[in-house]
Design a protein around this ligand. Sequence first.
Ligand code: NDP
Ligand code: MG
Length: 394
Amino acid sequence: MQKLTVLGATGSIGISTLAVVEANPEQFSIYALTGHSQVKKLVEQAVKFRPEVIVVGSADLAKEARTLVEQHQLNVEIEFGEQALERVASAEGVDTVVAAIVGAAGMRSCLAAARASKRILLANKEALVMSGQLFIDEVKKYNACLLPVDSEHNAIFQSLPLDYQQGYLDKSIEDYGVTSIILTGSGGPFRETALEDLPFKTPKQACAHPNWSMGQKISVDSASMMNKGLEFIEACYLFGVSPDFIEVLIHPQSVIHSMVRYQDGSVLAQMGQPDMKTPIAHTMAWPKRITSTVEPFDFVKCSGFTFQAPCQERYPNLYLAKEAFRQGQEVTTVLNAANEEHVDRFLKGQIAFTDIAKYNARILEKLSPQKACNLTDILEIDKQARSLAHELLN
Ligand code: NDP
Ligand code: MG
């Protein structure tokens, strides 16, 4: 039986993870569930999954949780704050940590899990984009096991030989005859919107993804294709490849979740319903398989597969991300921080949809970060980028 800590349990990935746990009760038990602001939902999850610990965002929220826990006569420890997240991510007895906090807020707990040699199921792509090689190096140093939950990276991982998958961070995919990785993306809800209408798109429209049901931040990133940009960087780190090794392809149906080309002309793809329970279940059971409760994909009912190349005018954020990776780790930290700030402002109705990329570019232009040699440097660069974003917006 694997014991899990689910970081970000109250979010979209967290909820899907718990659905997979519920479908496989004999294989998983829960040590800790963490949320941030949704205390009621977290306590409801605790009633059902009986963790030993729950973590919320602040002392006040912990008080609120205490009242609810007492009403349910539940025996669970209640903690709050960043250190508590690190503690439950590294606690003795925990086998697997599901990293599903959104944004840079999840980075420290991801690192704590790596340093405690856990099996890390990584959904929190911003943590990897922000800390890059430093995070990968910690995973290797402490012999942790990092498995990609993000559907594209999970698809790439599944399309590579098992021999490569075992200890993949130390191997070269070129040694396995791979010639390129094809990262697919739906193109988001504005794929066919007239360019001149993009500035008027609302948060609600941006969050209405045609295929996937996700949290707000990643939904906006999908609409601007910053999500694909972050995934491009994520793929470079996870599979140890240079930007030239990755092709980005729009595939509006979101059935092929990514592909791998081999030197003999073969292209291997992983396909299925656009439902995160599949990659989550895959990482939970790897190298075995378990049920995920996802319906089998019906090829006869599907409308066909189409593909197109992304266009820079529509998706400037994708190109900013590629360029940031070429410039180095520090620049991807800056871009991630700037993007988080600008998406937040867009969701609050303070800037236009097209301002996100425009302002991200402005921060990249104005800030020349120092070299990041350790976590402290990274946190400092992240802070500088956010302060500059605030300053320029105010
Ligand atoms: P959600 O917004 O749905 O959930 C985010 C979770 O993080 C919630 O549990 C939230 O708590 C918690 N959280 C928010 N802010 C903080 C904070 N400052 N400190 C601690 N916890 C916090 O996001 P998703 O589930 O959609 O995404 C989670 C991660 O997975 C993201 O990095 C995303 O890019 C990645 N991902 C998501 C996919 C998806 O389909 N959703 C697909 C692939 C990757 P609360 O709600 O209680 O405030
Ligand atoms: Mg993805």
